[in-house]
Design a protein around this ligand. Structure first.
Ligand SMILES: [Zn+2]
Length: 576
């Protein structure tokens, strides 16, 4: 009997045998006006059909979608940019076992102690490549948090650049602000310190709930860790995690990253032993969520010895679908505007939602998460953009189209493509991502003209302004809503879809999104609820923005000014 995977391969191969028609097509078939509702509807009706079973990564349904997208790209003459002359880029998802030999040596006023990984200090399982990091400037930053309201900022008077940062107090300070969940995470606080130039971060060890013993919980991985574990490593030696090793990754995991460790009481007592304020005093204040002092620890030198052997214990394979339209300028065509969407979704339910199963005599129960909006909408949007460029006028730069797999399981396809893609990341001048662009936010009809735009101003003000200008130039401009990009936003939408895999490596991005609705991640995310006018208009905007970027004589300038447009600030920004 044929195994499941082989069935998928056979289906893809048969889909690929469709002969390319593009050579005989006329350019008039492409361009912005070719982005229309009819084809979007035809494609999405298939992509979101029950046949594809919710397109979970590693399933037949995702393979069918890959074959469908590939055969259309071939028809339009979009060049294959995957492996071995195909549209399929193999994504390797690795389960990695860590054998750590890492340690931290602390010297306080000439007295020295070494703590091994797992004894009072814990390194993340994906700690990166071998290195020694030494710091004699150790800065205690209190809670290590900056609240969006501006009422509390631990970095207002402290510059962590070049220092080892220590933060304490998992619960944070007393505050009435809501929505702080993400800011309280060890990840977010490590990112705050490292983004400001810290060379290493020491966090308090947070014991897991559920009666797990001390030492069984790995700390949150550092925000910048290249390995970016997608599933937190469960305790070593526990049965459930045996297959996956200690962490799962699609990225290079042997590169050096700033050490980010979590520490228990004995380590912290020694660390603060030479300071005027002792750890016991701090602990008391932390328990009461009182304001914490900030100070440089006197006479302390810390050495992080990062060293681990990694063994790949599991390999799983999936595919991104990648195609390219070559630019016309002999020099600029070696640089790329990258369009992205994810074609995977969360699959089908293996058990009934209603106790006792489907109602007797009624229609069979719907168990399939069709993902028409998430992210069938983005999938067909970039199909229409690929066709518009392939059959229409070509810009100077080349265009790369990536249908990512594994977004729903932790941005797998985009993380992989950022490290191992057909185009080196330095050659990507911008990445435009569409994830859920086919509905009105909360089904509110007043949102009919609105698209949420996230991240456009953060790395390149110029890119932000190009998108604003492109919108104005459309026959029916959309309302660009920057609420989700607000500097005070605590939902962290910016980090929650594929564009972030590129943005975190310095590529200017724009994330287009039409908002959440009651069918999000439910079996009711059906194609009949999609507003095709919406997909068409968002796709036209993304086409026009990409076209303008692709015709620029320079790459959009990276000024890295962070989020500025938001709830109140809108429109174009000054570049100087
Ligand atoms: Zn989703």
């Amino acid at each position: 009997m044929l195994c499941r995977r082989l069935t998928v391969v056979a289906l893809i191969l048969s889909a690929l045998s469709v002969s390319p028609l593009a050579q005989t097509s006329t350019p008039s078939k492409g361009g912005i006006n070719s982005i229309q509702q009819e084809p979007l509807k035809e494609w999405l009706t298939y992509i979101a059909s029950d046949e594809l079973q919710g397109r979970a990564t590693y399933t037949e349904g995702l393979g069918l979608a890959a074959g469908y997208i590939s055969s259309h790209l071939a028809q339009w003459g979009v060049k294959p940019a995957g492996d071995n002359g195909t549209y399929l880029q193999i994504v390797k998802v690795l389960g990695v076992r860590t054998n750590s030999r890492a340690a931290v040596t602390v010297e306080v006023n000439g007295q020295s102690r070494t703590f091994k990984d797992g004894e009072e200090i814990t390194f993340p399982r994906n700690m990166g490549g071998k290195q020694v990091v030494t710091g004699d400037q150790v800065q205690f930053v209190g809670y290590g948090m900056t609240l969006p309201s501006g009422t509390h900022d631990d970095y207002a008077k402290v510059d962590p650049k070049g220092k080892v940062v220590v933060w304490l107090g998992p619960q944070g300070p007393k505050t009435s602000e809501t929505g702080l969940f993400r800011l309280l995470s060890a990840n977010a606080r490590a990112r705050s310190a490292l983004d400001r130039g810290a060379i290493a971060v020491i966090a308090p060890y947070i014991a897991a709930g559920g009666g797990r013993g001390r030492g069984t919980t790995a700390p949150a991985p550092a925000a910048t860790a290249p390995a970016a574990a997608t599933a937190p490593a469960a305790g070593r030696g526990r049965g459930a995690a045996a297959d996956d090793g200690d962490f799962t990754t699609v990225q290079r995991f042997d590169q050096k990253v700033p050490p980010s460790v979590s520490a228990q009481d004995e380590f912290l007592e020694f660390l603060f032993s030479g300071s005027d304020i002792k750890y016991a005093d701090l602990k008391q204040k932390i328990a009461n969520q009182e304001p914490l002092p900030q100070f440089v620890l006197k006479g302390v030198k810390i050495t992080f010895n990062v060293e681990a052997d990694y063994t790949i214990v599991r390999t799983r394979l999936t595919h991104n679908v990648v195609g390219m339209v070559e630019g016309t300028d002999p020099k600029l065509k070696d640089t790329y505007v990258v369009y992205g969407a994810h074609y995977d979704h969360i699959g089908y339910r293996e058990s009934s939602m209603t106790p006792g199963g489907a109602p007797a005599g009624g229609a069979p129960e719907d168990l399939i998460n069709n993902g028409a909006d998430d992210d069938g909408s983005g999938t067909v949007a970039i199909m229409s953009i690929a066709r518009a460029f392939a059959l229409g006028p070509k810009p100077k730069r080349s265009l790369l189209f990536v249908w990512h797999a594994g977004e729903e399981s932790g941005l797998l396809g985009s993380r992989y493509n950022a490290d191992y893609g057909p185009v080196p990341i330095e050659k990507m001048v911008a990445q435009l991502n569409m994830d859920m662009v086919g509905r009105n936010r909360n089904d509110d009809p007043k949102q009919a003209d609105t698209v949420l735009v996230v991240g456009s101003d953060r790395i390149s003000t110029e890119l932000h302004n190009i998108n604003e200008d492109a919108n104005t130039a459309l026959p029916k401009p959309m309302t660009l809503d920057y609420e989700m990009n607000d500097p005070a936003d605590t939902e962290s939408i910016y980090t929650r879809s594929d564009h972030y895999s590129y943005a975190s490596k310095g590529v200017p991005i724009i994330f287009y999104f039409t908002g959440l609705h009651p069918d999000y991640h439910r079996v009711s995310d059906h194609v009949d609820k999609i507003i095709f006018d919406k997909i068409q208009r968002v796709a036209q905007l993304a086409y026009e923005t990409g076209r303008r970027v692709a015709n620029l004589d320079h790459a959009p300038v990276k000024d890295n000014k962070g989020p500025r447009v938001g709830k109140t600030v809108k429109g174009k920004l000054r570049t100087e």
